[in-house]
Design a protein around this ligand. Structure first.
Ligand code: 13P
Ligand code: SF4
Length: 345
């Protein structure tokens, strides 16, 4: 803990009072999380933004979270991301221009393909979802939203997370023969709408490297089962299907937190997700439950934000311009986000 940064944050809080809300995602470092008014998974954070009345919202997370917050907050509110370069490798795997090209190709024959974007995506991709009658989902509501999307058209394009798409399809019992992972190389030149028409679920081939890594650690699951008979394994649905099948449960970051809280005293729980959350849970339950990482996997973008960055954002907002989304993008993207919040209401 940096005493200077910490006292600067406290002084800013005293100065700004109810004009300030600090939000943080569960993957943020402890030194940041301890200053947050609210820590949550992506769905909870999106919902929370819609209810906030403070003028200043500082979002400790990555860019798509701040963008989403900027599109859901009210007029007059400002959202700041302390580190402008905190991006998301998975969101970057589906650039808006390429998604637009692929969607145009898929719908060329008149087929109604509904795009469903994981919230880990660019605002432009969410806007395309709004324009094509689609929506957005998070790891906490992917099943409900995929069911919803199937009811809206002739097929669904799920993007950018291939693992979440396959894991959700498997949970809904959609057979592999009804799914197709798209080849988006060559700027979408390989997309054949006729071949795609045989699949109900078209899947963008993006992944999160932090969770994909658990695939190569499959031996750790076997070891955990061997060394801790009766132990539990819980993972995030961004993990590959082989990892999900071998685990006892899978869910969003908040689901994982609840899973550990509800496990009986004395449990040994292996967790397959970003390491800072696993570390926090291990410390929180030390002496009561044993919490171990399935493998240590850190998201460098989530870890970019430090306590000093938060203090700087509060003290020098002029150096941290508010996150803005162009109105012509924000309007359809908001429509897609609102559909998600309404489906779940
Ligand atoms: P949650 O929505 O489960 O918090 O996961 C979001 C995520 O992947 C952040 O990278
Ligand atoms: Fe993106 Fe993965 Fe990092 Fe989440 S953990 S912000 S999905 S790269």
């Amino acid at each position: 803990m940096n005493q200077d940064s910490s006292s600067r944050i406290q002084a800013a809080r005293a100065r700004l009072g109810s004009d300030l809300t600090i939000l943080a995602h569960h993957y943020q470092a402890d030194e940041v999380v301890r200053h947050a008014d609210f820590v949550g998974d992506s769905l909870e954070l999106s919902r929370r933004v819609a209810d906030l009345s403070s003028r200043q919202i500082v979002f400790c997370g990555v860019f798509f979270m701040a963008e989403t917050a900027a599109m859901l907050c009210r007029e007059g509110q400002e959202v700041r991301l302390p580190v402008a370069t905190a991006s998301c490798v998975m969101a970057d795997a589906a650039p808006t221009a390429l998604v637009a090209r692929v969607l145009a190709a898929l719908t060329r024959t008149g087929r109604k393909v509904i795009p469903l974007a994981y919230v880990n995506s660019q605002a432009g991709v969410k806007a395309l979802c709004g324009e094509y009658g689609g929506s957005v989902c998070t790891s906490a509501n992917a099943r409900a939203m995929l069911k919803w999307a199937f009811a809206q058209g002739d097929g669904v394009l799920f993007l950018p997370d291939r693992n979440l798409a396959v894991n959700t399809a498997e949970a809904l019992g959609l057979p592999e023969s009804r799914r197709l992972v798209l080849d988006v190389r060559g700027q979408g030149a390989h997309i054949d709408p006729e071949a795609c028409a045989t699949a109900d679920l078209l899947i963008w081939p993006g992944t999160c490297p932090i969770h994909q890594r658990f695939q190569y650690k499959a031996a750790n699951i076997a070891e955990a089962r061997r060394d801790y008979p009766g132990g539990l394994i819980v993972v995030h649905p961004e993990c590959p299907p082989v990892v999900i099948r071998a685990a006892d449960a899978a869910g969003s970051t908040s689901f994982i937190i609840r899973y550990v809280a509800e496990a009986p005293a004395g449990s040994v729980i292996h967790i397959g997700t970003e390491a800072s959350l696993v570390r926090r849970l291990a410390a929180q339950y030390a002496g009561e439950k044993t919490v171990l990482p399935l493998a240590v996997s850190l998201c460098s973008n989530m870890q970019k934000t430090t306590e000093a960055d938060l203090a700087d954002t509060l003290d020098h907002p002029e150096d941290h311009p508010p996150t803005r989304v162009a109105p012509e993008v924000a309007a359809p993207a908001r429509e897609a986000l609102t559909r998600m919040l309404q489906v779940l209401a």
